[in-house]
Design a protein around this ligand. Structure first.
Ligand SMILES: [Zn+2]
Length: 240
C-alpha cells in the first residue's frame, strides 16, 4: 500500500507560493517488520515467504536480545561486521541441524593456529579494512559445519546454515552426509577464537549464520533489518 502525503512549507515572506513536496513512504522508509533480510523491494525475504520453520541449533538457548550478539554488530577486532548470531551455549553443548539438508563443509581436522599467528591475521584484516574470506573461513570459524538446505526453507533463495567454533564435529558428519532437522552435528566450543588459539576452555559459544543465495548474490539473515525489529524478526524464523 502506498501512502502519499504532502508537506506544505509556507514561507512567511509576503506572497511567496508554498512549495509542495510529495513523499512516497514505501520507497523511502519500507517497514522492515517480519522481514528476515531486506536489500530492496525485489530482493528480500519475508516471514510469509517461508515454506517451513526451523529449529534452534541448541534447544536450551534462545535468540539473544543483546544487539552485539546479533547480525550487523561491528566486529572491530577483525575490521568486519557480524553476519550471524552468538548463542551462549557452554562448552560441549550438543548442536543440532536447524533444518534438513546436505553437509557441504565439515573440517574435524582443523587445528587452531597459535596466538601470534592469529593476531597476524587480525592485523592483515585491519590493514585491509575488512576480513578476507580466506581468513574468515579457514581461521576464524574454527571447526565448523555448513549445511545446504537447497530451496526447502524458501523457494526464493538457496539457503545454507553455518555452525562455527565447535569443540568437536559429531562422528559421521562429513561433506555429502544427509542430515535431518535435529541431527547432532557437533558440540559448542571456542575454536577459531583467540581463546581457541590459547588452547583454553574459555569463551565457548555457538556462532551460527544463515545465508540466502540467488543469481544476484548472497544475503545474510538480518541484513539491513533495523535493530528494533531484529530479535523478533529472527525469532519468527524459529517459530514452532
Ligand atoms: Zn559470532
Amino acid at each position: 500500500m502506498k501512502i502519499n502525503y504532502y508537506i506544505g512549507i509556507t514561507l512567511l515572506l509576503g506572497a511567496c507560493a508554498a512549495p509542495t513536496t510529495s513523499i512516497d513512504i514505501e520507497s523511502t522508509t519500507p517497514l522492515k517488520e517480519n522481514f528476515l533480510f531486506y536489500i530492496d523491494k525485489d530482493t528480500n525475504l519475508h516471514e510469509s515467504d517461508l515454506l517451513t520453520t526451523i529449529k534452534l541449533p541448541s534447544k536450551d538457548y534462545l535468540v539473544p536480545s543483546i544487539l552485539n550478539l546479533l547480525p550487523n554488530a561491528r566486529r572491530d577486532y577483525r575490521s568486519g561486521s557480524h553476519q550471524g548470531i552468538d548463542f551462549s551455549a557452554p562448552l560441549n553443548t550438543p548442536i543440532t541441524a536447524v533444518s534438513g539438508g546436505i553437509v557441504v563443509r565439515s573440517n574435524p581436522q582443523h587445528i587452531d593456529v597459535d596466538l601470534d599467528t592469529y593476531n597476524t591475521f587480525l592485523s592483515t584484516s585491519a590493514e585491509l579494512g575488512k576480513t578476507p574470506d580466506d581468513i574468515y573461513q579457514y581461521i576464524l570459524l574454527g571447526k565448523s559445519v555448513v549445511i545446504d538446505h537447497g530451496y526447502t526453507i524458501t523457494s526464493k533463495f538457496r539457503t545454507i546454515s553455518v555452525y562455527a567454533h565447535l569443540s568437536n564435529i559429531a562422528e559421521g558428519i562429513l561433506p555429502g552426509t544427509i542430515v535431518e532437522q535435529g541431527t547432532v552435528i557437533g558440540f559448542s566450543g571456542n575454536t577459531g577464537t583467540s581463546d581457541g588459539a590459547l588452547k583454553n576452555n574459555k569463551g565457548a559459544h555457538l556462532h551460527w549464520e544463515m545465508y540466502f543465495d540467488d543469481t544476484g548474490g548472497r544475503y545474510f539473515l538480518g541484513q539491513n533489518i533495523p535493530s528494533n525489529y531484529l530479535q523478533s524478526n529472527i525469532e519468527a524464523l524459529f517459530d514452532e
